[in-house]
Write a protein that binds this ligand. Structure first.
Ligand code: ZN
Length: 560
């Protein structure tokens, strides 16, 4: 029924051609845009591009299209590359090592949020059907020497083509590459395979490291004092971006529930990464963004461990599919959608589930200094509409689907703003719970892990390599609330805090030491210059509160 059997060279050529013509549509689209804005290009150079990429693919594929390996190789490569192509084309996703890490560390529920009919159809027609065709293409049986001989010949031919193009258009190619560094990241499958290889070797093949304890000398500076115990809630947001917060000047009432609660909003805060798998471990790590190393962070005590060293009770309430290793040594309660909790349905729980969780924790905890982390599902896309209940559809029309490229940008923004509006309500209820506490003095710090693109410059979602990422993905909201008692007993100067919030350039790097300062943890690894609130604790009051053995950590600038 099918045509006469193919030699391996033709089989490989077909595969390479398919990658040039179909799988690399995102690259082609970008090249068209670039070439339209490039002057003085020769027609020959433009026409040589598909030939160049085809020859390079041919060479790479030839190494694998050999005997019994050829078909499985083609099938796996097609199935995976078609998905990469979809994400790149519709969402501008770049498959660097961090993105591979996100994929590997994503939980099934989160992954299902990306499934939709559009994706299924794309995969079917550009991945599955071609894979079936390549799986059943009749191959000519050849002797080993013949097969090797013909492979050698055709590979030499491909090298000649590449060299020929280089000889003719070297300058054009060089300037195209120099002016558009991101281009190599768009080539499928080379870039994602390279990133995956790098991820595997860094993550699984690196020699295991011994766990490194940090801050074992930690203690709460005024632990001996007769005072109310401190209770701080750290709310870890998901995918909330700074510019859509009303508290930061956004013209919509996305902070309708908290705007009158006396929260301070820090205006200029940048995230450590553009994706959860990078930002969350980095945020809790003592490492800064500049020297952040995921493997090191994983094998080092983090902020929560240091808090526990200081004798502070730490609890983690999880509603975002995982803490990325941060809460490994901390008592954790994860909300699973199938446990019949209220606010849980299908694949996810909405963030109100955390309110009951917090209440239960507070009832069960001892009257000790306490830190509770609430990890919000927040604004995780692309299914923004599943993050908020019907009653919080404040901005309409929203986008009721996960293939968000089929919604208008206005619908997408509406859905996204609804998630912020809903989480603002949840935050207001958390603050209400804290304000009611008579046994504790309470405070709350909210910070989001990274931002989100909502169609600006054709970009959606998040996870761009940091150097290329727009502000929408890296500028995050950070909010602080303190009860009057918490603020006054520790001598916070409200004017100073407001000034820091309005003017200081802050980042996730500041969270580690700010949290230590907030809980009055004294340790040799505390860096007062990184504690954004350190300048705002009034020396006299703190010293008075500390009139006991040891100096205040917050005031001892020589400790770091
Ligand atoms: Zn995230």
């Amino acid at each position: 029924m099918l045509a006469k059997p193919l030699g391996m060279s033709r089989f490989t050529l077909l595969l390479a051609a398919y990658f040039v013509l179909v799988i690399n549509i995102p690259l082609a689209a970008r090249l068209v845009t670039i070439l339209q804005h490039t002057e003085g290009l020769s027609l020959g150079m433009v026409l040589s591009l598909p030939l160049f990429f085809g020859s390079v693919f041919y060479l790479l594929f030839s190494v694998w299209t050999f005997r019994y390996l050829a078909r499985p190789f083609a099938v796996v490569l097609l199935l995976a590359s078609s998905l990469v192509s979809y994400a790149m084309y519709y969402y501008g996703t770049v498959f660097d090592m961090d993105m591979i890490r996100n994929l590997v560390e994503t939980n099934p529920g989160e992954a299902r949020a990306y499934l939709n009919v559009n994706l299924a159809l794309w995969w079917l027609f550009t991945g599955v059907v071609p894979a079936i065709i390549f799986a059943v293409l009749p191959l000519r049986s050849q002797s080993l020497t013949r097969e090797l001989g013909s492979k050698l010949f055709s590979m030499t031919l491909a090298v000649v083509v590449v060299l020929g193009i280089a000889a003719l258009y070297y300058k054009d190619y060089a300037s195209l590459g120099r002016n558009n560094h991101e281009l190599n990241k768009l080539i499928i499958p080379t870039h994602y395979l390279y990133s995956a290889g790098k991820f595997v070797s860094r993550t699984y093949l690196a020699p295991p490291r011994a766990h490194q304890a940090l801050g074992e000398d930690a203690l709460v500076a005024d632990r001996e004092h007769t005072r109310k115990k401190r209770l701080t809630v750290l709310v870890l947001g998901e995918t909330a971006r700074a510019r859509n917060f009303e508290l930061n000047g956004y013209p919509r009432p996305t902070n309708a529930f908290t705007r009158d609660l006396g929260l301070v909003s820090f205006r200029r805060v940048s995230s450590c990464g553009t994706a959860t798998a990078v930002s969350v471990p980095c945020l809790f790590s003592r490492l800064d963004r500049s020297d952040y190393d995921p493997a090191l962070a994983k094998t080092q005590d983090n902020l929560l461990d240091v808090m526990q060293h200081a004798g502070i009770q730490v609890r983690w309430l999880e509603n975002d599919g995982g803490c990325k290793g941060v809460c490994t040594r901390v008592p954790t309660k994860a909300f699973e959608p199938h446990q019949g909790e209220p606010f849980c349905e299908g694949e996810y729980c909405q963030d109100e589930v955390l309110l009951g969780g917090l209440e239960a924790q507070l009832a069960a905890l001892e009257q000790e200094d306490t830190l509770i982390v609430l990890h919000l599902a927040g604004s995780h896309g692309p299914t923004y509409n599943q993050r908020y209940p019907e009653a919080f559809r404040r901005f309409t029309p929203d986008c009721p689907r996960s293939d968000i490229q089929n919604c208008s940008d206005l619908q997408i923004v509406n859905s996204y703003d609804n998630t912020l509006y809903y989480d603002d309500y949840v935050m207001s209820r958390v603050i209400a719970q804290l304000a009611e506490q008579t046994q504790w003095q309470t405070s709350l710090l909210y910070v989001s892990d990274h931002g989100e693109s909502l169609g600006e410059n054709g970009m959606y979602l998040h996870g761009m390599p940091y150097a290329l990422a727009p502000d929408e993905q890296t500028q995050v909201p950070m909010l602080l609330w303190m009860s009057a008692e918490f603020s006054s007993t520790q001598g916070y100067d409200g004017g100073c805090v407001a000034q820091v919030a309005a003017q200081a350039n802050l980042s996730h790097d500041n969270v580690f030491d700010t949290m230590l300062g907030l809980m009055r943890v004294q340790t040799g690894i505390y860096r007062p210059q990184q504690d954004m609130l350190n300048p705002c604790r009034q020396a006299a009051l703190v010293a008075q509160a500390d009139r006991s053995p040891g100096a205040s950590p917050a005031l001892d600038g020589n400790r770091s």
